[in-house]
Design a protein around this ligand. Structure first.
Ligand SMILES: Cc1cc2nc3c(=O)[nH]c(=O)nc-3n(C[C@H](O)[C@H](O)[C@H](O)COP(=O)(O)OP(=O)(O)OC[C@H]3O[C@@H](n4cnc5c(N)ncnc54)[C@H](O)[C@@H]3O)c2cc1C
Length: 480
């Protein structure tokens, strides 16, 4: 054990500091298995005062600190580099719910609370925390805030940033900033809270947060709809928004290649249409009022009727080709399971390029068509998989080599193809990182595409708040 690890053990007790390589292993490789590193020690403080102690010592000794919550991040930001100089600071023991207020519609929770656990706890009190995505069983609110996570409900409720009212943060030198507040109006100078959201652990450690809650929807209507194009899907989305008074909670696109690959590799998932359409759009609307949630004379929920009528009109107008409605909660969950298997289905494709991008909604269709032309310039037989959260303009765009295709040619052109698509994206006013963040995997894009003055100001903020550069070095900001 190094002297530094021994000092931390003396401060926090042996249970809080792990130094055995076999015991540290699970913290040092990310969910995808793509990123891994080594560390002096894994440190698991149990409360904010202990986080403060750890950072004070790390700051004094100049030891880098890599914060980690659920370790489901997809950008390589939550595991240390290979130098072995850092400590990994795990928030997993800080999982207390400090307060839930049903009247103020807020909860104050520690950073290590698992997202799915928060869902269960508040739903038992008829409340709703809308942040939702496939990693909910493992990711934690500290990581959600630090990546400004998105997911499937952004179209109605916004990103994690929009759901956050206040934070408690430990600064690199150990000082604790208490910005925990349920206030919805608080104009008292610079909004420091927003600096730490999406900072990916480069400015300090988030130890607790006050988050917004909503009334638990009383009923939901969910459907899978067959559409020919992304432009038609967007028309459908806007029509359903208008018909439901903005009640669309999720609008997710699954292209034909995704549906076919899912049917082949995960046959237990639902296969909604006899023939896979060009796109299946998953649409869910939710009602919080009793009137919309009470079945009418023939047993149909008004909220479901709204969706069915909108779909019927869209069918008559040739905007959609078919629709399957969830007739029970079990069928609704089957539809969600199909969408949430996206990463597993994608991982079954051996040779591919992946993007997590966003565009203005009205430019997506053209961008995808132009991307198709770029791909065809380089390789034949590759498939475009524009999957994702269309409701908020976020595509998890994949370029997949056909299993029977020329993988060597695909790999030979992968770098150029990727660059051409990213250049097109920049010209189209899009972002090269919609929701997964920068971590260590998108530093090149950050250098090339981020506004240079914005990047310089970000570096100045980093230097002011973390002058010794101990917080998650080599992540988010190129060259630091
Ligand atoms: C199956 C699957 C589906 C996913 N779907 C989505 C999706 O739809 N939308 C989406 O946005 N993401 C998605 N993700 C990515 C990931 O789940 C999110 O980025 C999530 O918010 C990460 O949370 P975490 O607790 O795992 O953070 P970690 O992976 O532990 O950390 C992520 C980053 O935050 C920093 N960090 C962690 N905790 C703290 C803290 N307390 N203080 C300061 N810095 C901290 C880390 O250093 C790292 O840079 C998905 C991942 C998987 C595996």
């Amino acid at each position: 054990m190094t002297d530094f690890a021994a000092q931390l053990t003396a401060l926090l007790g042996p249970g809080a500091v792990i130094v055995e390589p076999a015991d540290m292993a699970k913290y040092l490789t990310d969910w995808s298995g793509t990123h891994s590193g080594t560390a002096l020690a894994v440190v698991r403080p149990g409360n904010t005062a202990e986080v403060s102690l750890v950072l004070k010592h790390a700051y004094g000794a100049g030891v880098p600190v890599v914060p980690q919550s659920g370790n489901t991040g997809l950008a390589g930001g939550g595991v240390p580099d290979a130098s072995g100089r850092s400590i990994l600071l795990s928030l997993e023991r800080m999982n207390e719910i400090r307060e839930i207020s049903a009247s103020a519609l807020t909860m104050t929770v520690e950073a290590g609370c698992v997202l799915a656990k928060l869902h269960e706890t508040v739903e038992a009190q008829n409340l709703f925390f809308p942040l939702n995505f496939g990693a909910k069983g493992s990711c934690m609110i500290g990581g959600n805030l630090s990546t400004n996570a998105g997911g499937s409900n952004v179209v109605r409720y916004g990103n994690t940033r929009e759901l956050c009212l206040g934070l408690e943060v430990v600064m690199p030198d150990g000082r604790v900033i208490n910005l925990l507040s349920g206030l919805r109006k608080n104009n008292t100078g610079y909004d420091l809270r927003d600096l730490f959201i999406g900072a990916e652990g480069t400015l300090g450690v988030i130890t607790a947060a006050t988050m917004k809650l909503y009334p638990l929807p009383k009923a939901r209507a969910t459907a899978l709809v067959a559409v020919d194009s992304l432009a038609d899907a967007l028309t459908l989305l806007n029509r359903v928004q208008a018909a439901s008074g903005g009640a669309v909670e999720a609008f997710e696109m699954m292209p034909r290649i995704f549906l076919k690959t899912a049917a082949k590799h995960k046959p237990d998932l639902m296969s909604p249409f006899r023939e896979s359409p060009p796109y299946a759009a998953m649409i869910e609307i939710a009602a919080t009022s009793d009137a919309e949630a009470a079945p009418d004379a023939d047993g149909t929920l008004p909220i479901m009727r709204t969706l069915q009528v909108a779909a019927e009109h869209a069918l008559e107008d040739g905007i959609i080709q078919d629709a399957v409605f969830a007739a029970s909660e079990a069928q609704r969950l089957d539809i969600w399971r199909l969408r949430e298997a996206a990463l597993e289905v994608t991982n079954s494709v051996k040779t591919k390029i992946g993007f997590d991008i966003s565009l203005p909604l009205d430019r997506i269709d053209k961008f995808v068509a132009e991307t198709q032309m770029i791909v065809e310039r380089y390789v034949t037989g590759a498939h475009l998989n524009p999957l994702g959260h269309l409701g908020d303009g976020n595509l998890h765009l994949g370029i997949w080599c056909d299993p029977e295709g020329d993988a060597d040619a695909f790999k030979a052109h992968a770098k150029d193809m990727k660059e051409s698509v990213l250049d097109l994206l920049a010209r189209s006013g899009g972002s090269f990182s919609a929701e997964h963040g920068i971590g260590s995997s998108k530093l090149g894009e950050m250098s090339k595409y981020k506004d240079p003055v914005a990047l310089a100001v970000m570096r100045e903020i980093k230097a002011a708040l973390d002058p010794k550069g101990i917080m998650n070095p080599g992540r988010l900001l190129p060259g630091l």
